[in-house]
Design a protein around this ligand. Structure first.
Ligand SMILES: Cc1cc2nc3c(=O)[nH]c(=O)nc-3n(C[C@H](O)[C@H](O)[C@H](O)COP(=O)(O)OP(=O)(O)OC[C@H]3O[C@@H](n4cnc5c(N)ncnc54)[C@H](O)[C@@H]3O)c2cc1C
Length: 245
């Protein structure tokens, strides 16, 4: 029997969702891993008893790019963002695990991205040397109107095909990359630092990067969570130019 989907009304968002759903991550994990090379097995009290020494060791590991002690921890994020953000995200292959919602097994929800007033709209310069400047009021209004019209039209086409019995995996072809998707992404501090070095702009970065604003919004939210879990590691990352060890 053909499923008849409920007609759904599109909704529009300008933000992203980033929740830390599960973690086993702390500065002590870095200390444990590093100290086995000189002191063998140690208790938690032993590895954390001298805060200044802990801070110094983490900074030394970061500065000299001894990266593996930063891998013995885990953070799982739930992320909801436009599909074009996920396309960029999944280029990060090393130290990441992903599971994304399916467009084959469920009807995709009509939630679409429309930039808000804070999003700089106009790109100037040449590839590799862009700068973004504010758009005019007229450009903002046009962008919002054209995006919303286009999203509505695309979603109606999707629903029309579903109503006629066309499979979800075929009908989804008409949906744009501004559609929101959701995923779980699991990483460790080392892979997250590599991601943040490339996907955030920061005054302390020794090697500047120029990420798309929307993936940077995700990165900044992940960084806030991580900084609370591993404050010494986060501080050492900043102190050493935000280059992953
Ligand atoms: C500002 C910006 C613009 C970009 N523009 C484009 C674009 O126009 N088109 C495009 O296709 N991509 C683009 N990318 C994606 C980019 O090329 C990388 O794929 C992405 O940043 C992930 O980086 P990574 O490969 O270092 O990370 P990961 O895949 O997580 O790899 C981590 C590290 O592991 C090592 N490694 C991983 N795989 C290999 C391998 N096969 N061989 C050798 N070493 C490996 C490398 O040292 C690498 O740095 C862009 C990225 C940024 C930040």
């Amino acid at each position: 029997m053909t499923e008849t989907p409920e007609p759904a009304k599109p909704s529009f968002r300008s933000d992203v969702t980033v929740e830390l759903v599960k973690h086993s991550a702390g500065d002590a994990d870095v200390l444990f891993a590093a100290r086995v090379s000189t002191a063998g097995e140690q208790s938690l009290e032993e590895v954390t008893k001298d805060p200044e020494r802990s801070k110094g060791l983490i900074n030394f590991l970061m500065r000299d790019r001894h990266g593996s002690p930063f891998e013995h921890n885990s953070m799982t994020f739930f992320i909801s963002a436009p599909i074009f953000v996920f396309r960029e995200f999944m280029r990060h292959r090393v130290g990441w695990s992903y599971n994304e919602e399916s467009g084959r097994y469920r009807q995709l929800e009509p939630v679409f991205y429309v930039p808000d007033e804070s999003r700089k709209l106009v790109q100037q310069g040449r590839p590799g040397k862009y700068e973004f400047v504010e758009g005019t009021q007229a450009q903002h209004e046009l962008t919002g109107r054209v995006m919303e019209d286009s999203y509505r039209q695309a979603y109606e086409a999707y629903q029309e095909m579903l109503a006629a019995g066309v499979a979800r995996e075929v009908a989804r072809s008409v949906l744009p990359v501004g559609l929101y998707s959701s995923m779980y992404a699991t990483c460790n501090a080392r892979s997250l630092m590599h991601f943040l070095g490339l996907r955030t702009q920061h005054e302390l970065a020794a090697v500047p990067s120029f990420p798309q604003r929307e993936i940077e919004m995700v990165g900044q939210r992940m960084e806030e969570h991580w900084a609370r879990l591993m404050p010494l590691t986060h501080a050492a990352f900043n102190k050493n130019g935000r280059v992953a060890p």
